[in-house]
Design a protein around this ligand. Structure first.
Ligand code: FUB
Ligand code: ZN
Length: 647
């Protein structure tokens, strides 16, 4: 076990929250997530390490050798992707660690230990740890928090260290990172002689809370609190820092500190703005701090911002951040389809934020979004073979978007990997004598509800159908409340306990059915969620989607691909009354429910020499098939559309 310095647990004074299940106690032993979990564990994790090696990411740790030429040029902001290579292997370590408890793997562990040994070797005597600055510009460390991601990288290393410690009990990496955090504590804060800075790319904040939950060292929580509360205070630290570098703050490439959510103190922010991933990491940390510090104002800020995002700025897929120029938000209701940026990392991080919100307020509006990103805007970021990726998750294409093996800026692959390898924690959480079931999908889980040990077995074809069977195994009868999520998309649900119908009218609050009783060994709960094909329409202010319809069934958003249609789906018109039916296609990329129906297609006939004419095109009937959006671009290249014209 670890030799890491530990302090006595601090008294718990925060908000009470549901505690997520230990991800390793939830085993996906069938159904939808079994295939994905195995692919990510067996293919994604090893190939990502290979890519990190092939692409020279791990060479930054060769502290004995002089740093070689840049493999990623400096951008106008002053940042090279290479500044934050540490974050990529930090995230990879985190993703890999989540697999190790249930599936020990000496080879993967050795690769992690090798990285850790190099990090330890390179760490400066005062604890500073960032490979870029140590090897290339030690004199410039901590001089540009606005642009250079120093603490973003350290945050990802810290998350990796916590995950590795929790998986293996080995404390070396955690010790290295605690020394790095000690150094940050010595350097930043409101005390005289310290810098009043904070990193423009949020990440360290939520990592520090993870660390605090292991060490219970109040200094770790205090530092996270300081970073969040210092953000957006005026006069801006970034102005002062720029002047200290001899630069004019007005020359800032992104022009506004809203880019980094640093335009206003976080408690005063009303609208989700700026870089999407940064925003999601910040808001996740804010929930953590609201919990740990018992801070209702921070909680309210999170609720307000969440409603703004979901009500005005979120794609139907759960994607977010429409614009490439700031990798983030523009104006409300601006949700272009073909140019959507909708970065995989942002959707994954919305999953993090949603999950945290649901632990302090059991409300399906949060878990509905978690589920939306899981089945759509985040999962679309990885191919079914587990080794190709999307960075941008467009909702429409003319065939120009293809998945890639590795990216110039590969932040997304390791993010989707860590999401899937830790998926079990999102399914269940417990508090005193309550167990909340947030997500559906076949798995076997071992959970503690108060003092009661429960084995829970979920069996279902979800999301391909809405029938779920839960079986409870308990050593002795136990009185507790089982909260079952009734998804917001479901208009008709039924729950039976040992064959007896539950009166949902009397027990559903905020999208969760609460069943309180003495539970006994062998009790069976059957949940039936009706899952018709839904036609979805966008708010009229979303001009791109005017006159268009999207298809969704259960939590899964569908798209039409050229490879199935034999033409561009942009040509289709879906009659408002046409029947659309669902069919399970076992042969489609590991098996999936597809949607089929008849639509109209605009014909080329009669347009031979005309680009424009006074008569509209003739329409002919034709069958069409839609597949789950997350499976798109796994077959032949071609056009794709989620939003179809409606006639
Ligand atoms: O800048 C670090 C990461 O790379 C961001 O989170 C992503 O948006 C990408 O820019
Ligand atoms: Zn990314």
């Amino acid at each position: 076990m670890s030799s890491s310095p530990r302090v006595q647990p601090a008294p718990l004074t925060g908000l009470k929250r549901y505690l997520p299940a230990d991800h390793s106690s939830v085993v996906f032993d069938g159904g939808f997530w079994q295939g994905w979990s195995e692919t990510v564990r067996n293919v994604t994790i090893p190939t990502q390490h290979k890519r990190l090696e092939e692409e020279g990411f791990l060479e930054v740790l060769d502290f004995d050798r002089p740093a070689g030429p840049l493999v990623r040029p400096i951008q106008p902001s002053g940042l090279s992707m290479q500044h934050f290579f540490d974050s990529d292997f930090g995230k990879w370590i985190e993703a890999a660690s989540y697999t190790l408890k249930a599936h020990p793997n000496a080879e993967i562990e050795a690769k992690i230990d090798d990285i850790v040994a190099k990090l330890e070797q390179g760490q400066m005597a005062d604890g500073y740890l960032n490979s870029w600055f140590i090897r290339r510009e030690p004199e410039k460390r901590w001089t540009n928090l606005r642009d250079l991601h120093e603490m973003y990288s350290m945050g990802h290393l810290l998350e990796g260290a916590v995950a590795y410690y929790e998986a293996t009990g080995k404390g070396r990496f955690l010790d290295v990172m605690i020394r790095a955090v000690d150094h940050i504590i010595d350097t930043f804060g409101r005390e005289p002689g310290k810098l009043r800075g904070y990193d423009a790319h949020e990440e360290i904040e939520l990592a520090l809370v993870k660390l605090y939950r292991v060490t219970r060292d109040p200094r770790h929580l205090k530092l996270a609190t300081y970073f969040v509360d210092e953000r957006g205070q005026m006069p801006s630290y970034y102005d002062e820092e720029a002047r200290n570098r001899g630069e004019d703050p007005q020359d800032y490439v992104y022009k506004t500190y809203a880019y980094s959510q640093a335009h206003l103190p976080v408690r005063e922010q009303q609208q989700v703005v700026g870089h999407a991933v940064r925003a999601m990491y910040l808001f996740s940390a804010m929930v953590d701090l609201a919990v740990e510090n018992g801070d209702p104002v921070l909680k309210e800020a999170c609720e307000r911002l969440y409603d703004n995002l979901v009500g005005r700025q979120l794609y139907v897929t759960g994607g977010l951040g429409p614009s490439a120029s700031n990798e983030g938000f523009t104006r409300e209701f601006d949700l272009p389809n073909e140019t959507a940026y909708a970065e995989t990392c942002a959707a994954v991080a919305l999953g993090f934020w949603s999950h945290r919100m649901a632990q302090i307020d059991l409300n399906s509006k949060f878990t509905d979004r978690l589920e939306t990103v899981l089945f759509n805007g985040a999962l679309s970021g990885i191919s079914r073979d587990g080794e190709h990726y999307f960075y941008e998750n467009v909702l429409e294409s003319h065939g120009q978007h293809r998945r890639w093996k590795w990216h110039y800026c590969p932040c997304c692959p390791t993010n989707i990997a860590r999401f899937i390898t830790s998926l079990g924690q999102y399914f269940y959480s417990t508090k005193d004598s309550e167990l909340a079931v947030h997500l559906y999908g076949t798995n076997s889980a071992e959970l503690m509800i108060g003092d009661t040990f429960v084995r829970l077995k979920q069996e279902t074809q979800y999301p391909w159908d809405g029938d779920i069977r839960l079986q409870l195994a308990l050593e002795q009868p136990s009185h507790f409340t089982l909260h079952l999520r009734i998804p917001g998309w479901c208009r008709s649900a039924e729950i039976l306990v040992n064959g007896m119908a539950v009166d949902l009218g009397a027990c559903v609050t905020n999208g969760y059915a609460a069943i309180t009783r003495e539970w006994r060994n062998g009790d069976e709960v059957r949940i039936s969620l009706s899952m018709p094909v839904d036609r979805i329409y966008a708010h009229p202010a979303v001009s791109e989607d005017g006159g268009r319809v999207a298809l969704r069934r259960g939590p899964v958003v569908y798209c039409v691909e050229e490879t199935d249609l034999g033409g561009e789906p942009q040509r289709l018109r879906l009659p408002a009354t046409s029947e659309i039916s669902a069919r399970y296609d076992a042969g489609l990329l590991g098996g999936a429910a597809v949607l089929e129906g008849t639509a109209l297609e605009a014909e080329d006939a009669g347009w031979e020499n005309a680009l424009y004419r006074t008569a509209p095109p003739a329409l002919k009937k034709r069958p069409f098939k839609a597949i789950p959006y997350h499976l798109w671009a796994n077959r032949e290249a071609g056009a794709m559309a989620i939003w179809l014209q409606e006639s």
